[in-house]
Design a protein around this ligand. Sequence first.
Ligand code: DQA
Length: 143
Amino acid sequence: MPNITIINGPNLNLLGMREPGVYGNETFDDFFAQLKKDFPQVNFTYFQSNIEGELVNAIQQYGFNQDGIILNPAAYTHTSVAIGDAVAAIKTPVIEVHISNVHAREDFRKISHVTAKSVGSIVGLGLKGYALATEWFIANANQ
Ligand code: DQA
């Protein structure tokens, strides 16, 4: 059974009520409940924090014992050298996910400290990006 951890950064706990025109109307809890039903063969862990160092701690904690990490560092994507360094330091492959198309928004969102250290990135496909990343880890587990 593949072990996949989803790590979400700041303000993603407000999905569903936060800027619905950008991030949609669905809460992450509702999405995650459906994701677990859609992928019963996956053992999911979920962690969210608004605090940069807690995200670094989670990347370290799950970075040596999972088959994949799906990471949306939210605004810290664009600012956090520490989160980029944590992704580079671990063994577990990371897929970077952004709900919105960060390349079609403000220029500061075009910079990511994690893209170059990730196996790949999925941006702009909404919450579906987490499901697509899950599919990739299932298909590529143990490679
Ligand atoms: C985000 C994009 C970031 O630029 C933003 O700060 C977020 C969410 C996304 O999923 O689209 O909080 O990571």
